[in-house]
Design a protein around this ligand. Sequence first.
Ligand code: G1P
Length: 291
Amino acid sequence: MIKKAVIPAAGLGTRFLPVTKAQPKEMLPIIDTPTIQYVVQEAVDSGIEDILIISGKGKRAIEDHFDRNWELEALLNEKENKKLYNEMRHIGDMADIHFIRQKETNGLGDAIRYARHHVGNEPFAVLLGDTVIDTVIPATQQLIDIYEQYRQSIVAVEEVPPEKVSRYGIISGKQVSDRLWQIDRMVEKPEVGKSPTNLAFAGRYILTPGIFDAIDKTTRGKNNEIQLTDAMTLLMRHESLFAYVAQGKRFDVGNKMDYLKTIVHYAIKRKEFAGEFKAFLKDIVGGIDEK
Ligand code: G1P
């Protein structure tokens, strides 16, 4: 059983400056809820009980968010605002949440390295802290279900448009079933036109503990960083790796265009906004069409 998850949240958020200058991109709100709370909720909904968040410089707001806020709780309780009070209490009680700070931003592979002692000798889940996936069955749960069958590392992938491959880690391999591939090659952010496929890593992984030795042997790769993709390539010398085309709609919240789409997507799903917001969108789109 997979009970531990690691959420890397140490990146500098340079794609989202200036708002990320003094606040973590993982705290960017999807209307009223920070992105990373959705990610933690997905982990919890997938049966994860213990979460290690890899934070870094300027990320204290994430720690505060998952801590109790006694003053606020007392105020809400006093005002008999029970619903909000319960919601605030719930955030602190979602799971056993721990933090460790990455000392320098040296890439995703390096960030995962910090989880070694916490994770120990068990397989674990990785959920990128700036990516949300809207699904019926949580994406991490989908990967865990495959892991239970194969007992090997499984990575979520999705098809991306060919002109966007250079933003992602890309796999190629042998198709095992409808959504499952056995990986034979991985490349981090290939140039457009030089990518083996357009199956891209989608921000969710189940990794065996062998990944830690592989990370230790990984040298700097794309963007002079220790890439998780390169570490998985080393792991593949000893173990099989699978890629699963997870069901659901993925949003990379750390990217401005995707962020806009995320807000609209989640606003339409919220009962209290749906009617008025849809009418507003129609009005705007109609206005654009007429120009
Ligand atoms: C990271 C990974 C990449 C993956 C992507 C998914 O890149 O290195 O393999 O496809 O997340 O969002 P980043 O977006 O941190 O540059």
